[in-house]
Design a protein. Structure first.
Length: 330
């Protein structure tokens, strides 16, 4: 893997799943030829789907935005803007997506070789004037959240999300093989974590959410959240997802059947006949399809500390792993 491909995969994982381009796949690897351009303070990467801009100079970013920075390139690819920093930091205040990413790309996310490669391309790092870029690079169509969010410093969020990803990949390495991880920090008012999407070759829209949640009306405390879900029938973000959407309806029938893997979790073959959630304990619920709300498995922890939530998530991903493995065969 080249250094450009390695960096592309990192930046793609930073991109909110719902902000993926409307053409091309959702995979981490570049599609088509990857193009690399650099100048003092800026490194650009682009494939057929998207154009990433990584700024190592906050002043350059601020100046270019004030002069009218484009958010699509000449080939109409969306431009995703990121700030490089030594330590984790907030690049701009929430909410809102696209434009400048809320969190910086910091040194410990990169190998030492990749860090040096970027530095050779862009020159000296300058984030001393970070206040100048805060709230500057916002996409005009912002997501608006009612209520408040549970807030903590970026370093703590990054550290905890890193532990979640590593823990789940160890706890369910076979079940999650080939799944792709996408950071979710701005799209939902009540959660922050990872959306994990099944491999492209499955032709499916099933996803897992693993992370943290809170009540947006009173976000004083945080809990763990794990969802196993699919898109509702007929609700498409992209026209080319119609086939996957219909196939997932059929897959859902098999997963929820009396002899299916979800019924085995409840030891109740007729669980899907219920009009109400089925409680399995420790915050885990099965949501029958009659509810018309498409997490099939919905789990929120009672525990609140990071360490407790990490343990809880590792345990619950193990609980639903037979469901994930069955999905692989459908």
């Amino acid at each position: 893997m080249t250094k450009a491909e390695e960096l592309f995969r990192i930046l793609w994982s930073e991109l909110d799943f719902d902000d993926h381009p409307l053409t091309g796949g959702h995979g981490l690897d570049p599609e088509g030829e990857i193009h690399v351009e650099s100048e003092s303070g800026l490194l650009s990467l682009r494939d057929k789907r998207i154009h990433f801009q990584l700024y190592s100079d906050a002043r350059k970013l601020s100046d270019e935005w004030e002069n009218g920075m484009a958010l699509r390139d000449s080939q109409h690819r969306p431009i995703s803007i990121h700030l490089l920093s030594e330590n984790p930091m907030l690049a701009r205040a929430p909410p809102g997506r696209l434009g400048l990413h809320r969190w910086s790309v910091h040194r410990s996310m990169l190998t030492s070789q990749l860090w040096e490669w970027i530095r050779q391309k862009t020159g000296e790092l300058n984030t001393a004037e970070i206040s100048d870029v805060e709230n500057i690079c916002l996409f005009p169509e912002l997501s608006s959240h009612e209520g408040k969010r549970f807030e903590r410093n970026v370093e703590d969020w990054r550290d905890s999300l890193h532990k979640i990803r590593n823990g789940l990949m160890q706890s369910a390495s076979e079940a999650l093989q080939g799944w792709t991880w996408h950071l979710e920090i701005d799209n939902k008012a009540d959660r922050l974590g990872w959306y994990v999407r099944c491999p492209n070759e499955w032709n499916s829209l099933f996803t897992i959410f693993a992370g943290f949640c809170w009540n947006p009306n009173s976000p004083e405390s945080m809990h763990g959240m794990l969802l196993f879900e699919r898109a509702p029938e007929g609700e498409l973000d992209r026209d080319d997802e119609a086939e996957s959407n219909l196939l997932d309806v059929k897959r859902t029938e098999i997963l929820c059947a009396p002899n299916g893997p979800i019924a085995e979790l409840s030891s109740n073959p007729s669980w899907n006949d219920s009009a109400d959630p089925i409680n399995l304990g420790e915050g885990v619920q099965l949501w029958p399809t009659s509810m018309g709300r498409w997490p099939l498995i919905h789990a929120i922890s009672a525990v609140k500390s990071d360490d407790e939530i990490h343990v809880w998530l590792n345990d619950k991903i193990g609980l639903i792993s037979p469901v994930i493995r069955k999905l692989r065969t459908l």
